[in-house]
Design a protein around this ligand. Structure first.
Ligand code: NAP
Length: 204
């Protein structure tokens, strides 16, 4: 009998992608016995009106560069190429149609994003299609989830990832302030950022 596919979908804005994201994906691969992890950079993220998000093409290319050496990691253009705002439910339904009903889909993202999930478009439908893996930073207070409505409605697995002390926001600020980012993200991604003069303006 053919083994069921266990697919991780690593959703994020990745602005920029860093070692915290890569360690999260590797940890999920091993802990949840996944066959591979599909990185899914968002196209036009919802609820990011408070700041300018780097173009999806740059974020996609940085994700490709960061994951190139890992045979278990692949990158999808699905959200980058889909017109309009990016809704996770559209992506997961498309993946369900592509991989069939027997595939097990795990949507991996940051716990702070998952916290909000009941307000995402079609969250009930989304919850039927996949399991959520919520990555937490060290010291993250999980008790707020246990008391929250979200834990009764959505199947969420938590995974603490010490490397998530690294954050994209901190990296953007550091670059704008000309502070070092070496060892926070892959060197090739840092070179891409420098070559394209990304994140030089702190106000954005
Ligand atoms: P965000 O609000 O920018 O991120 C929330 C927190 O989670 C940040 O601390 C972030 O750290 C971390 N994070 C984000 N992605 C992560 C990942 N893959 N692994 C580990 N930590 C991660 O979240 P976002 O990037 O916009 O959205 C996350 C995912 O949820 C995306 O796939 C997005 O499309 C989806 N989403 C869907 C809806 C919807 O369908 N309505 C609404 C919101 C979000 P960094 O800044 O360091 O990454």
């Amino acid at each position: 009998m053919r083994k069921k596919l266990r697919l991780g979908i690593m959703g994020g804005t990745f602005d920029p992608i860093h070692y915290g994201h890569l360690v999260t994906a590797e940890e999920a691969l091993v802990q949840f016995n996944l066959d591979r992890v599909l990185f899914m950079p968002t196209g036009v993220p919802v609820r990011k009106s408070h700041r300018m998000v780097t173009s999806s093409e740059h974020r996609y290319l940085m994700t490709v560069i960061a994951t190139a050496s890992n045979p278990d990691f692949v990158v999808s253009r699905m959200e980058v190429d889909r017109p309009g705002l990016t809704y996770t439910v559209d992506t997961m339904l498309a993946l369900r149609a592509e991989y069939g009903s027997s595939a097990e889909l795990y949507f991996i993202t940051g716990a702070d994003a998952v916290w909000d999930i009941l307000s995402w478009r079609d969250s009930d439908r989304l919850a039927d299609v996949c399991t959520f893996i919520a990555a937490t930073r060290p010291g993250y207070d999980l008790s707020r989830f246990e008391q929250d409505e979200v834990s009764q409605h959505i199947n969420i697995e938590f995974m603490e990832v010490p490397a998530l002390a690294i954050s994209s926001t901190d990296i953007r600020t550091r670059i704008a302030q000309r502070r070092p980012v070496r060892y926070l993200l892959p060197e090739a991604v840092a070179a891409y950022v420098a070559k394209n003069q990304l994140y030089t303006d702190e106000s954005s």
